[in-house]
Design a protein around this ligand. Structure first.
Ligand code: MD6
Ligand code: FE
Length: 217
């Protein structure tokens, strides 16, 4: 039963979950835009298809990736880098949709980072069984800017480690619409994603889509 007293109030956002200073999870922050975000992902992927990059060590990554924005993150036998061009076709990456920029700015702001203007959006696609091993994000020119990471589709368990690869990692459940923001003292933390469990989501089927926004230049 409800008394009706609060029926006119908008749903109040959940308070951010602080992982440590500079790092937090904004539950459901992207939920209202999720369908539009996924439609934009499809448009990006029509121009720059998802592909499995090769690591410098020669291993095929199980996560499929594409990019939008001025710069795209790529990996090949020569290393990791940001590039203005899609190496598959020599074209510029598709532009970053205005909706993406706005969401990244607002999420960063909600986490205490003002004026975030990403120039790179890496789009990761996971199928069940796909994982991302522990890594640091250190290919960007400038660690002063935060990273904003948006989870869409089926759930994942995010690993939140420490400053060293061997540090014990916490397990954080991320679901459709959750946004993780980190920067400042937490910017170079090790992190990863456990192998995804079999699942299905009405908007993505058997996939998880992750958008990570960076200021790479
Ligand atoms: C993922 N994310 O959630 C992988 N990196 O699919 C990342 O590797 C990541 O979420 C830097 C900042 C946020 C992230
Ligand atoms: Fe990362």
């Amino acid at each position: 039963m409800t008394l009706g007293l609060f029926d006119d109030l908008p749903p109040s956002p959940l308070p951010p979950e602080v992982l440590e200073p500079g790092a937090m999870v904004l539950r459901g922050f992207a939920l209202a835009q999720a369908a539009d975000l996924l439609q934009a992902v499809q448009q990006v992927a029509a121009q720059a298809p998802f592909r499995h990059l090769v690591t410098p060590g020669g291993l095929r990554m199980s996560v499929a990736m594409t990019n939008c924005g001025k710069l795209g993150w790529v990996s090949d036998r020569s290393g990791y880098r940001y590039d203005r061009m899609d190496p598959d076709d020599g074209q510029l990456w598709p532009p970053m949709p205005a909706l993406f920029k706005r969401l990244a700015l607002e999420a960063a702001q909600a986490a205490g980072f003002e004026g975030f203007a990403p120039d790179a959006c890496l789009i990761n696609r996971y199928a069940p069984g796909t994982r991302l091993s522990l890594h640091q994000d250190r290919d960007e020119g400038n660690y002063a800017h935060p990273i904003v990471s948006v989870s869409l589709g089926i759930p994942a368990v995010f690993l939140w480690g420490g400053a060293q690869r061997a540090d014990k990692a916490r397990r954080i459940a991320l679901v459709h619409g959750d946004v993780v923001v980190w920067g400042g003292p937490a910017r170079l933390r090790f992190h990863g994603v456990l192998p995804l469990r079999e699942a299905s989501h009405p908007l993505t089927g058997a996939h998880r889509i992750n958008l990570t926004f960076r200021k790479a230049s």
